[in-house]
Ligand binder design. Structure first.
Ligand code: ZN
Length: 251
């Protein structure tokens, strides 16, 4: 089966000792593409190094909204020009977005988000968007900035907002906890396969509670999506692989 992980964090902090075996298990399971996302300057640099080490790992560089909220506008501009200077090396700009869960500077988050969207539009890269407790603002800003190739990662918004995402031609990246989460199962029912991706968000959001997640686990999502859509896993995997190619590999 042709599998991929559209979004994870293979940072040293989480995968120090076991990175070789984690990659090996993914490749053995059929994973052909792992997009590892940076959140900060440090993790962006780690992602670039890791993608040089393993062919299957492709880099996404980002600026996490909670990080952006702690920076000055000048620091945000510098972080984004670093991403821009690597535009040719990366398959996505992410993880970016808005997060209103904790009290932070929303103005700075939105400033950074608009800037990265503009960079994605200019460079033709896909955007991997985080939208915790800020779903509607994310959608509105993406629309205002005329974003294309948008991946809403692990989207927790309402059905009406899921529909808005689909109406705009954007994609939904389904985490491995779809195996037990009725929220994501409903999302899979609503969306055509041509708009779905699989992700793990490793080391988070595992299909087995309490265990560290890893890219090989996307196979569980494919099986669950196939069950919901009443299709063979192989068939689902092939359709989703085309989506991944369009978003990550055709730039
Ligand atoms: Zn993430």
């Amino acid at each position: 089966m042709l599998l991929f992980d559209a979004h994870c964090h293979l940072d040293k902090q989480f995968f120090q000792q076991d990175i070789d075996s984690v990659i090996q298990r993914a490749v053995t399971a059929g994973v052909r593409l792992i997009v590892s996302d940076g959140l900060s300057q440090k993790t962006n640099e780690e992602v670039l190094a890791l993608s040089g080490q393993f062919d299957v790992v492709r880099p996404a560089l980002g600026l996490y909204p909670v990080e952006a909220a702690k920076m000055t506008r000048k620091e945000i501009d510098d972080a984004i020009s670093f991403i821009g200077s690597h535009a040719k090396d990366i398959v996505s700009i992410g993880e970016v977005g808005l997060d209103y869960k904790e009290e932070t500077d929303k103005g700075l988050q939105q400033y950074a988000f608009r800037k990265v969207i503009q960079l994605a539009v200019k460079t033709g890269r896909s955007l991997t968007v985080h939208s915790r407790k800020a779903e509607q603002d994310c959608i509105d800003i993406l629309k205002e900035e005329k974003a294309k190739k948008v991946i809403m990662h692990c989207f927790s918004g309402k059905k009406r907002q899921v529909q808005e995402i689909l109406d705009n031609g954007w994609f939904l990246s389904i985490p491995t906890n779809v195996v037990f989460s009725t929220h994501f199962q409903e999302m899979v029912k609503m969306a055509p396969l041509s708009r779905l991706l699989t992700e793990t968000d490793s080391p988070f959001l595992g299909p087995l509670k309490g265990e560290k997640n890893e890219p090989a686990n996307v196979v569980h999502s494919i099986k669950k999506i196939a069950e919901i859509k009443d299709l063979e896993p192989e068939e689902v995997a092939n359709i989703l692989w085309k989506n991944a190619q369009e978003l990550f590999l055709s730039v």
